[in-house]
Write a protein that binds this ligand. Sequence first.
Ligand code: ATP
Length: 466
Amino acid sequence: MSAPNIETIVSLSKRRGFVFPSSDIYGGLGSSWDYGQLGVELANNIKSAWWRWLVYERDDIEGLDSSIIQNRLVWKYSGHEDTFSDPLVDCRSCHGRFRTDKLQDVQCPNHPSVHAGESRECDFTEPRQFNLMFKTTIGAAAVEDDESALAYLRPETAQGIFINFNNVLNTSRKKLPFGIAQIGKSFRNEVTPGNFIFRTREFEQMEMEYFVRPEDAAEIHQFWIDAFYEWFQTLGISAENLKLYEQTREELAHYAIRTVDILYRYFPERADQEKQWDELMGIANRTDFDLKTHSKKPEDREGKRLNPDSTDDLSYFDEQTKQRFYPFVIEPAAGVNRTLLAILMDAYTEKTNDKGETRVILKLKPELAPIKVAVLPLAKNKPEIVAMAKQIKKDLQPSMRAVYDDTGGIGKLYARQDEIGTPFCVTVDHESLEDNAVTVRDRDTWEQERVSVEQLKDYLLKRLQN
Ligand code: ATP
């Protein structure tokens, strides 16, 4: 089972503290979201899992954290100033503004039962291109129309990696093939943001640029497509809600020769099967476009010099063949927020208890769960029990994220932890004072086991690994 729709997750998120609408007390700010006490933990756990898998468990990938505001020339030569735009139309009837290739994602403001463009009253202007980069100005003296002070908030993390190619190569002494990984915020002035955290103007990306010999690019591209498809499943997303999509020639970015997207079933409620899916991540073969375009003396196929502004050459010298060339780049690019949404949707389950009441259980992988264990006193008016429970929480905390909670009856406390995906609850009762043991309750089976306090940490650590 998974969530029947995104709205179920929106309401759970707000109720329990995963994600809140941003600036709510001032009426909100269209499609901006704040991550609450549980959301920030879940996002951090997703990012750590990605980083550990790529940077720590492999020997060929290094990490990087480049700046959000970069020299404007980066975005000139990357092609973003000219081509990073979406087609938009205005409606003369409702005065709405829509992205022409995503009309399916928005309701017609005047007739919400149909999509934008589907009502007889819809009267669209000709499509025009709208650049998605957020502009800003640099420096105290900068004024809005001062061109020399113009800068952008990065719309992707990738370019920060390309412009640091030589820095990382020379200091890490890596040889091809190798990768550079980066996690960070990106900004796009999306025409039609929406669907909760699926499409927002400020979001976080996990991008890796893997540099390869041109002749190896196709095979290594396929390797990363398969690897990421598997990786999402290790995070607990079921295979039936994931699928691969091969971009058509018309959909490919100008620099890419092949891109495969991994789609997730974000919209299971839609009657049309095809429309249930949308992009979780993209994995592109970007050719040698990026390193060439940022190089001092790149030459296009006609031998024309393209970049008079760069001061460095980002080509690679192969010691063995004594050849110099521009590596191809394989780019697996995922969104933190879309991954978090997919994980929440996939983990969502409902279970009926003995009394016939329906309970929500978030079956998160223990590795991702915001809280690993909740320590609960069975009688909060008994100081010895409270003290023992608080001490157990304190002792567990260095090894795992633990909380103490006595703000309700035990049934309510269990239900609350199930709903936020806490794998284990530890209950301290009257007997605990006698036998120095506690009851450990499993989130998914609701089975209980008596464990001695002495062995509790090792017991939990072992079970959390599964
Ligand atoms: P889309 O077609 O949905 O606009 P894209 O193909 O432009 O996405 P990429 O440029 O490939 O996206 O970015 C890589 C990843 O970053 C996406 O797969 C997605 O997970 C995430 N991402 C991109 N734009 C947004 C956004 N506006 N809000 C949230 N996540 C985003």
